[in-house]
Design a protein around this ligand. Structure first.
Ligand code: G3H
Ligand code: ZN
Length: 291
């Protein structure tokens, strides 16, 4: 089985990106998996601290293993990432549970402290599993995958507030992270009635030239197709999307309830929800795979 690092490096070589989608329940996981099978592509499943507390750290690992062992479509495979993790304990818990990747999120910390804590996280995770990928976060972009009516407080959006190529170089060198997610004009969450800010494509290029590891783009919801394509071309190899799936889940559920007024069997109500989520995932994956 190909390692996640190989999958990401292959994407990098081909000038495409791997999709990372957050899930909170079985319906979301089913929907993402079915798009991966349809398109015959690898996909990373992300679970934040809250999402994995709800799903169960070991249970979500078992579910992914079960999908992977049952479906042999060429090219398809699910990988598991412990998304935005804020403590060493939670990093260790995910590493012990056999996650393919973990993110230590020190983006809200002062630069030097972020380096120190991320470095500790890399050591702790690799001590448990030397193959696990550890991602570091540089530059604060907000924390919630929700519908927004204003920018997340304190988020770095303007070019002058974004991490520089020099900072990224030092961060990677000192922490030894495998992947880096810099703030490049992206934010967590999506404006309900407006477009998200534009990505700083130049800054992505500068950072990519300075660090030789894969770059990750968070906050994919609400980003335009044009920005995605330019970001991938500039050096992004893994893209996170969450809010759009949450919106699709809720819209799908509401539609399904309206359509099936007296239905009480979940397996008859949920297919409508899966369809809504699948549409979002497929639309994004088609852009990420570059064809
Ligand atoms: O880690 C999760 C993502 O960065 C999702 O961000 O909810 O804005 O799509 P989003
Ligand atoms: Zn994120």
């Amino acid at each position: 089985m190909e390692s996640l690092l190989r999958v990401i490096k292959n994407a990098e070589r081909k000038g495409v990106a791997v999709g990372h989608f957050n899930v909170s329940n079985l319906e979301m996981l089913k929907a993402v998996s079915s798009v991966g099978r349809k398109l015959k592509l690898p996909i990373v499943i992300g679970v934040s601290e809250g999402e994995r507390d709800y799903l169960g750290v070991n249970q979500v690992r078992d579910l992914i293993d079960s999908y992977n062992s049952e479906h042999f479509e060429s090219g398809y495979r699910l990988y598991l990432n412990a998304d935005h993790t804020y403590s060493l304990e939670k990093i260790k818990e995910a590493a012990r549970a056999g996650f393919d990747a973990v993110i230590f999120d020190g983006a809200g910390l002062p630069f030097e402290e972020n380096i120190r804590r991320t470095k500790e996280a890399v050591r702790a995770a690799k001590k448990i599993n030397k193959e696990i990928l550890v991602e570091g976060e540089l530059g604060y972009i907000g924390r919630s995958s929700k519908l927004l009516d204003k920018l997340p407080k304190g988020a770095a959006i303007k070019t002058k507030d974004l991490p520089t190529a020099e900072q990224a170089f030092r961060f990677v060198k000192e922490t030894q992270v495998d992947m880096l997610a810099p703030a490049v004009g992206n934010i967590h969450g999506m404006f309900a009635k407006a477009r998200n800010p534009k990505l700083d494509i130049e800054r992505i290029k500068e950072i990519k030239n300075a660090v030789k590891i894969p770059l990750v783009l968070h906050g994919g919801s609400g980003v335009s197709d044009k920005d995605f394509r330019a970001a991938i071309k500039a050096g992004i190899s893994l893209i996170h999307v969450s809010t759009e799936l949450r919106v699709a889940w809720r819209t799908g559920l509401e539609k399904s309830f309206r359509k099936n007024k007296n239905e009480i069997a979940p397996y008859k109500i949920m297919p409508g929800v899966l369809k809504e989520i699948e549409k979002v995932v497929e639309r994004r994956m088609v852009i990420f795979r570059g064809r």
